[in-house]
Design a protein around this ligand. Structure first.
Ligand SMILES: Nc1nc2c(ncn2[C@@H]2O[C@H](COP(=O)(O)OP(=O)(O)O)[C@@H](O)[C@H]2O)c(=O)[nH]1
Ligand SMILES: [Mg+2]
Length: 258
C-alpha cells in the first residue's frame, strides 16, 4: 500500500478552503483514488463536508473561550493544543490508509501559518510524506493590480513559513468578470505584464506602486509568479484540473517546486 499524500489547503478567510476540501475529495474519489478530509479548524461551526478526522475531537475551542480568551487568542491556544496532539491525529489519519489526505485549515490562517503551533502541527502530521500546500487566493484579489501584488506577496510569505511545495490558485472564479479571467490572469506569468498594470494605475501613490512593482519583480525572479490555476467549485472540470496540478507536484517530489 502506497503512502498517504497530503494536500494542505491554506488561504485567507472565505477563500473557499472548506468548500474545496469537499469538492476535491469527490473529484479524487471519482478518479478511483481514496481520499479523506481532515478538519484542522477547531473553531469551525459548520463545514460543507463531513470530516473523516476532526480537530474538534481533540480540543475544546468554546471551552478555551469561556476561560476568558477572545476568539483569536482562543484559536491560537487551540492550535497550540492541537500541536501537542500531533502524533494522535497523525495516527488517526494514517489508520485510513488513504491515497490522499486533504487538510482544511482555519479561516484566520495567520494564526495557523504564522505562529509556531500551526507549522509544527502540519509537520507532525505530514512527516516526510509527499505534500503540497495549495494556497487559495480569493477571486476578489484579482480585481486590481495592487491587490494581485499583495496576494502574491502573502502567498510568498506562506511559502517561507511552511517551506513545502506550493501551488497558488485563484478560487471562486465564477464570480469574476470574464475579462479578468481571460485577459488578466492568463498573462500574470508574462514578464512585465503585472508591473505595467501597476505602473498605469490611477489613484495609487507612487510609493505604493514602487513597492508593488519591486515586490512583483522579486517574486518573479524567484519563479514564484506563475499563472494561477482558476478554480470554482461550481465548475467540476476546474477542480479536476487542480487535482492534475497537485498530482504533478506530488509526483515531482521536488521541495522547491512552486
Ligand atoms: N461562487 C462561489 N462561491 C464559493 C466557491 N467556493 C466557496 N464559495 C463560498 O464562499 C464562502 C466561503 O467558503 P468557505 O469554503 O467556507 O471558505 P473558507 O473560509 O476558506 O473555508 C461560502 O459562502 C462558500 O459557499 C466557489 O467556487 N464559487
Ligand atoms: Mg473553512
Amino acid at each position: 500500500m502506497a503512502e498517504t499524500r497530503y494536500i494542505i489547503l491554506t488561504g485567507t478567510a472565505g477563500s473557499g478552503k472548506s468548500s474545496l476540501a469537499g469538492a476535491l475529495k469527490e473529484e479524487i474519489e471519482g478518479q478511483g483514488y481514496s481520499a479523506i478530509t481532515v478538519n484542522l479548524d477547531p473553531a469551525a461551526l459548520v463545514l460543507p463536508y463531513e470530516p473523516n478526522v476532526d480537530s474538534r475531537n481533540y480540543v475544546d475551542y468554546e471551552g478555551i473561550m469561556r476561560e476568558g480568551l477572545g476568539p483569536n487568542g482562543a484559536l491560537i491556544a487551540a492550535v497550540d493544543t492541537l500541536a501537542l496532539h500531533g502524533e494522535e491525529i497523525a495516527g488517526e489519519i494514517e489508520s485510513y490508509q488513504a491515497d490522499y489526505a486533504i487538510l482544511d485549515t482555519p479561516g484566520q490562517m495567520e494564526v495557523f501559518v504564522y505562529r509556531v503551533g500551526g507549522p509544527a502541527l502540519l509537520k507532525s502530521l505530514v512527516k516526510d510524506s509527499p505534500a503540497v500546500n495549495v494556497y487559495l487566493v480569493d477571486a476578489l484579489f484579482f480585481r486590481d493590480p495592487l491587490s494581485i501584488s499583495s496576494a502574491f506577496s502573502l502567498a510568498g510569505s506562506v511559502f517561507l513559513r511552511l517551506m513545502m511545495p506550493q501551488l497558488n490558485v485563484a478560487t471562486k472564479v465564477d464570480l469574476l468578470d470574464p475579462e479578468i479571467r481571460e485577459n488578466i490572469i492568463p498573462r500574470l506569468s508574462e514578464d512585465g505584464f503585472l508591473e505595467g498594470l501597476i505602473e498605469d494605475m490611477e489613484g495609487a501613490s507612487e510609493q505604493a506602486k514602487y513597492l508593488a512593482i519591486k515586490t512583483v519583480e522579486a517574486l518573479r525572479v524567484s519563479g514564484f509568479i506563475q499563472e494561477p490555476l482558476q478554480v470554482s467549485i461550481l465548475w467540476r472540470e476546474s477542480v479536476l484540473t487542480l487535482f492534475g496540478g497537485i498530482q504533478t507536484i506530488l509526483a515531482g517530489g521536488e521541495s522547491r517546486k512552486l
